[in-house]
Design a protein around this ligand. Structure first.
Ligand code: BGC
Length: 486
């Protein structure tokens, strides 16, 4: 069952570290968000998606969770989250959390228990261990790729990581276990982890949260290369969805990325065309920031030179809706892993066309905090909390503090600038909410007006049917003359 509210929704992504710091420690927190809810409501968005705000040593900005049921003390308490959910609800805004399912932190008690054990747990291992290095295929240096890491504790051997070394992969088993270290997907360790996922979902949904964006949703069962491998991960999601339909029917689950088509019923409420995926990149890629090596550069359609094509994007939308013409597709302005919408040669003049498209095309748009005022991606930012994955890929530039006004630290925090999570954009002409508020031709006004127009015009919303007409190759250099024909 798909929650109807999502169909016409607009999401707003908040990177909690950088939005608003209420206690002056230089890092954003939930109280800061509560204080700024009027701004969020003024945009006209329907739901906030928070990056992980759970207890964590923050090796990967919170994507390394050490307690899924506890808000990280630096952000506040579980009660603060409940208060935020209530106060957002009073303004018609729902709250989505980020569920990191493929791995935990090495500091999670589950991992610590296995690390300090002499061998496999009689109840089934929650992580993937081997005493002998089996296969070079699983030994790679690229962060974000499963690889064996030598055990840092009493337990002999190696464990499999999912992203950074400090993010051990949770064990959801293998479809075709062919090595001694592989459990079947219905083995006791994998089943313990599925049960734990249900408890985590239930815990937060019972506290008023509306759903989750699911990090690396298809990295559960790691038989990526064999037929049916992805289907095995999807089967777990379908099982959870069936339980949700009974226990929390309005809850939404949104995967990171498009849901693989496995020939079975879909498990998630939508596909997410995130910044990492080609369809998004064909529209908004701006080449100003680090890109993943496999990403490939496409000429973006929304660009001053106007050399790009909409083909890849339209094909992806058509694919997503092949078996369900009402299938929702989320499209982000940017996110916490890549450049912002304003980056490279795309300045405020080009943002207008990009945002008009983003908010009216018929997707579920997701606005990244700060993009409503055209905050810039800032190259050369320091490596904070695992932001730099490799020398060419720096995520810190899209994670800098929100620019509220002309006060100290752009109104983000009262801390000494040396204590800020990341430096504030130093440019004298950095955009701020205060400077754009009520100004007729500002980016902020445009975003508010577009969202208001969308709200009062059903044909611009996510559920409206869309027909697009292709016209011959656009003449080069004529970006300004393009119409909304494709
Ligand atoms: C998140 C990243 C994170 C990675 C590992 C990604 O999909 O968006 O920020 O580093 O998962 O959890």
């Amino acid at each position: 069952m798909t929650a109807e509210w999502l169909r016409d929704a607009v999401l707003y992504e908040i990177y909690p570290q950088s939005f608003a710091d209420s206690d002056g420690d230089g890092i954003g927190d939930l109280r800061g968000v509560i204080d700024r809810l009027d701004h969020v409501a003024s945009l006209g968005v329907d739901a906030i998606w928070f990056n992980p705000c759970f207890a964590s040593p923050f090796v990967d900005a919170g994507y390394d969770v050490s307690d899924y049921l506890q808000i990280a003390p630096r952000y506040g308490t579980n009660d603060d989250l409940v208060e935020l959910v209530e106060k957002a609800g009073e303004r018609g805004i729902r709250v989505l959390l980020d569920l990191v399912v493929g791995h935990t932190s090495i500091e999670h008690p589950w991992f610590q228990a296995e690390l300090h054990a002499a061998g496999p747990s009689p109840e089934g291992d929650r992580y993937i261990w081997t005493e002998e290095l089996p296969d070079r295929r699983w030994v790679v240096d690229l962060p974000g790729t499963p690889s064996w890491v030598p055990s840092p504790g009493p337990r002999p051997g190696w464990y499999l990581r999912n992203f950074y070394d400090e993010q051990p992969a949770l064990n959801f088993g293998w479809l075709e276990p062919s090595e001694p270290w592989m459990d079947a997907t219905d083995g006791p360790g994998p089943r313990r982890n599925v049960a734990a996922l249900r408890e985590i979902l239930d815990f937060w949904l019972s506290r008023g949260v509306a759903g989750f964006r699911v990090d690396m949703a298809f990295s559960l069962v790691k038989d990526f290369e064999i037929e049916g491998g992805l289907a095995a991960s999807t089967a777990i999601w379908r099982e959870l969805r069936e339980w949700l339909d009974e226990a929390h029917p309005d809850a939404v689950l949104i995967p990171e990325g498009p849901e693989p088509r496995t020939g079975e019923r879909l498990a998630f409420d939508a596909d997410f065309e995130l910044v990492i995926f080609q369809a998004h990149s064909s529209l908004f890629d701006n080449r100003g920031a680090g890109q993943l090596p496999f990403h490939g550069h496409l000429e973006p359609f929304f660009d001053a030179e106007g050399r790009g094509s909409t083909r890849v994007f339209l094909d992806a939308i058509a694919r997503a809706r092949e078996t369900d013409r009402r299938r929702m597709v989320l499209l982000a302005s940017a996110d916490h892993d890549f450049s912002r919408m304003r980056c490279g040669s795309r300045g405020p003049e080009q943002l207008g066309a990009a945002y008009t498209f983003l908010f009216t095309f018929g997707t579920v748009p997701c606005l990244y905090y700060g993009d409503e005022i055209g905050m810039r991606y800032l190259p050369g930012m320091p490596d904070v909390e695992g932001a730099i994955c490799n020398p060419g890929y720096n995520r810190a530039g899209c994670r800098t503090p929100m620019q509220w006004d002309d006060g100290p630290n752009a109104g983000f925090s009262t801390a000494d600038p040396s204590r800020l999570y990341l430096p504030v954009d130093p440019s004298p002409d950095r955009p701020t909410v205060a400077a754009q508020d009520g100004v007729p031709d500002s980016t902020l006004t445009l975003v508010r007006e577009l969202l208001a127009l969308r709200r009062e015009t059903p044909s611009l919303q996510g559920t409206a049917s869309t027909r697009w007409s292709r016209r011959a190759t656009p003449s080069p250099g004529c970006a300004a003359r393009r119409t909304w024909w494709w």
